[in-house]
Design a protein around this ligand. Structure first.
Ligand SMILES: Nc1ncnc2c1ncn2[C@@H]1O[C@H](COP(=O)(O)OP(=O)(O)OP(=O)(O)O)[C@@H](O)[C@H]1O
Length: 240
């Protein structure tokens, strides 16, 4: 069976800087991967390549067996990407922003209201983006990535700026999205989000995978404590 997402010996360097050493990982339909690790570990570099924003120097990435180099149009139709920085035209209203993405991704108009409502943005829909808070902008970015129900949802630090209420809503949403068959890969510094939502938790350190933990979902609270301890140890060992 073809994996939904297959990362095969992918490497990336910038001039003489190795940002990602040959890296392999795969996920089935409906699985969720969390990428964890300190600043500069290589998480965004990997996510950019999965999103097709930059190309690997070595290796390949396949989604349902499709390689961006041989069928870009098909590959792009299979993904939704949430960047870690806000980039949209700030003078658009929330409604205009989603209407633009709905047209771009050929999504039914009814989905716009559904996404706005699920992300708690009903009262803000005629507000310009420039007047939204950081957490609201994050929800907006998440909405555009998710609205077309992509085969693979790629999220770069999606919970940045979310308050505890919205972090919990977000965890529940990730679980629902997984059960609908979408595969998710996201980066995070929040171990509770990784422990609750992810099936595979990948620790990265200086461009390499240092650990891969398979989550059996038996005890998320204990797993969160274990992950937090591991994270602290890794941060300390990097500082030394
Ligand atoms: N465009 C670029 N040019 C040169 N070096 C880069 C570029 N993008 C990333 N790097 C380097 O690659 C390494 C990995 O960076 P990356 O942004 O992937 O880390 P990260 O794990 O996402 O970190 P953070 O948690 O801070 O977001 C870093 O050393 C970074 O300086």
């Amino acid at each position: 069976m073809t994996a939904r997402l297959e990362i095969k010996q992918v490497a990336k360097f910038f001039k003489d800087k190795m940002a990602l050493y040959p890296f392999s990982l795969s996920a089935e339909e409906g699985q969720c991967i969390a990428l964890c690790g300190g600043n500069g570990a290589g998480k965004s570099t990997l996510l950019h390549m999965i999103a097709g924003l930059s190309l690997p120097n070595e290796g390949k990435i396949l989604i349902d067996g499709v390689d961006i180099l041989t069928n870009r149009k098909k590959y792009v139709s299979l993904i939704g990407y949430m960047p870690d920085e806000f980039y949209a035209q700030e003078s658009l209203t929330v409604n205009e922003f989603f209407t633009f993405y709905a047209a771009f991704r050929k999504v039914a108009k009814s989905r716009i209201q559904e996404v706005i409502q699920l992300l708690g943005l009903e009262e803000k829909q005629n507000e310009r983006i420039q007047h939204l808070s950081k957490g609201m902008r994050q929800r907006l970015l998440f909405g555009q990535a998710w609205m077309a129900h992509p085969a693979v949802l790629i999220l770069d630090e999606p919970t940045n700026g979310l308050d505890p209420y919205w972090i919990n809503v977000f965890i529940d949403l990730l679980k629902k999205i997984k059960s609908s068959g979408t595969t998710i890969i996201f980066s995070t510094h929040m171990m509770d989000v990784a422990a609750e939502a992810a099936d595979q938790i990948v620790f990265m350190d200086q461009g390499k995978m240092s650990e891969l933990i398979v989550n059996n979902h038996q005890n998320p609270e204990q797993l969160m404590v274990d992950l937090t301890n591991r994270y602290r140890q890794k941060e300390v060992s990097m500082v030394k």
